[in-house]
Design a protein around this ligand. Structure first.
Ligand code: HEC
Length: 474
């Protein structure tokens, strides 16, 4: 068989290219990413070359009953029919959804395609997307992800199904699930099992203390339905602790050997669900199963360390008026979310040792928020996650930036609100006193339908620069 050597030059269109950190970025320019030399068959066919990739890397979501059921890839004719679209999505790195870049520290459950896989799909499409002979099919050797199994020691589920909001296409809903345990335990793993996979887009799981009970009771069922509407977080002024999250295709999670999250009677798991209601709208009773160990066992306790950076996003060029004043933005969040929200913007600047003047260069099109967190003791880190809303462009978390030993813990060059996750490092990272953890967020306010000065807030049209790292409790 003959193979061609292909030098793939990926051309990313301006709309999906994002600036890295504080680099200059010209939106009219098209960025070229060279992914290297790979060999591909000269006349690839579906059965011989493409099917194994689609089956291992796409079908988990692109099939009946799954989140991308509207575009199924289970029938070869469907794949051939969508060939151009598939090439576009894989060549531009949009599919499979895997926001971290290739410069990122190696991550578990990496969904991205290799250069050879991308080039094979592109060559197949360019060559006319031939079907080929089913006898030539060989299943992929590296078939996707190594799923782990979680023991169901405790199952959390709503007492009655939640009927999604009939008036929206994206419904963000928080549910508080009481932890019915008699004694402290460790969570050593969890799995989210969607009830209606077609509409379960992603979620974030939090742990809240008994102290949140009143705030929960106030919100729960306030509109007559289970849970409450929430977007940037559960919005229960007492802070909770993130313990994980889920997105379609995510593997169940088993925490690193010998570690777990300590839970106590009276606490709640709050799940912040994003339902995407394009394909279907059905009552939902998704489940979360928890694998537990007794608190007497000699496990090391996990914690999630939260990181926050200032959000100072001016109006884009051509937009002016009172809504573009920072003061107006602060009044607005105070009115919407209470007096605490008024102090958050200045608090964040102070905590990061910054002044407002440090953000004088922020423009509506490129607004940066960053913070350096000096490490004060030795810590083992297992995973990282980032959180922004829909004006987000890029997210970076870097250890010891500007040094020879810098490490990109999380590098998301194209932020997509719809694909956020917690990313586990293949190898734990040890950090120690004197190290610096830097978090950087970049926003583009011209993405807003109704631009105004934006500060930190919980709502859809507010923003956040929030990150967390999963660590062993020192
Ligand atoms: C983790 C789930 C998941 C995986 C894995 C996945 N997709 Fe998708 N895909 C989606 C979702 C969800 C959408 C709808 C758009 C969105 O939400 O981003 C989508 C949209 C698409 C579309 C656009 C369809 C249209 O016409 O609107 C294409 C093409 C596509 N995916 C191709 C692929 C290919 C090829 C693979 C494998 C190499 C793949 N996807 C893997 C979830 C996934």
């Amino acid at each position: 068989m003959r193979y061609l050597i292909l030098l793939l030059i990926l051309t990313l269109s301006a709309t999906i290219v994002l600036a890295h950190g504080d680099e200059e970025h010209d939106d009219d320019n098209v960025e070229e990413v060279i992914i290297g030399e790979v060999s591909v068959p000269e006349h690839p066919t579906y059965h011989e070359h493409v099917r194994s990739i689609i089956e291992a890397r796409c079908v988990a979501c692109h099939s009946d009953g799954q989140i991308a059921a509207y575009a199924p890839f289970t029938d070869p004719q469907d794949v051939i029919w969508a060939a151009d679209d598939i090439k576009f999505h894989v060549v531009n790195g949009i599919m499979p959804p895997w926001p971290p870049s290739r410069e990122n520290l190696p991550l578990k459950y990496d969904r991205s395609l290799s250069d050879a896989e991308i080039a094979t799909i592109a060559a197949w499409v360019d060559d006319g997307a031939a079907l080929g002979d089913p006898h030539d099919y060989a299943p992929s050797a590296t078939d996707g992800f190594d799923f782990v199994e979680v023991r169901a020691d405790l199952t959390l589920q709503l007492d009655e199904p939640y009927e999604p909001d009939p008036n929206v296409l994206d419904d963000y809903r928080c549910f508080a699930l009481p932890l019915e345990i008699d004694a402290p335990q460790f969570i050593t793993g969890y799995e989210f099992i969607p009830d209606v996979a077609e509409m379960a887009h992603h979620n974030i799981l939090y742990l809240f203390d008994e102290g949140a009970q009143r705030a929960i009771q106030r919100r729960n069922y306030a509109d007559g339905r289970p849970g409450w509407s929430c977007y940037g977080g559960p919005g229960l002024s007492t802070g909770g602790e993130g313990i994980g999250g889920w997105a379609p295709g995510a593997s169940p999670v088993i925490f690193p050997d010998g570690t777990g999250f300590l839970i106590r009677p009276g606490q709640y798991v709050v799940v912040e669900m994003h339902y995407n209601l394009w394909t279907t709208r059905q009552p939902d009773r998704s489940r979360i199963i928890l694998q537990l160990e007794s608190a007497e066992s000699e496990l090391a306790e996990l914690i999630n360390i939260s990181l926050a950076a200032p959000v100072e996003i001016p109006c884009p060029t051509g937009v002016a008026g009172p809504q573009c004043e920072r003061e107006a933005a602060i009044e607005r969040v105070a009115e919407l979310y209470g007096e605490d929200a008024r102090y958050t913007p200045d608090y964040l600047l102070r905590e990061c040792g910054q002044r407002l003047a440090d953000y004088a260069d922020n423009s509506g099109e490129q607004a940066i928020g960053h913070c350096d967190f000096p490490v004060t003791g030795s810590l083992t880190l297992y995973s990282a996650s980032g959180h922004m809303h829909e004006l987000g462009r890029s997210f970076h978390m870097e250890l010891n930036p500007d040094s020879d030993e810098s490490l990109l813990l999380l590098d998301i060059p194209r932020w997509d609100f719809h694909w956020q996750d917690q990313y586990y490092f293949v190898e734990p990272v040890t950090i120690s006193r004197g190290d610096i953890l830097r978090m950087t967020c970049v926003w583009d306010n011209s993405l807003s339908d109704d631009p105004r000065y934006v500060v930190w807030g919980e709502g859809t049209s507010d923003e956040m620069c929030f990150g967390s790292v999963l660590a062993l409790k020192p």
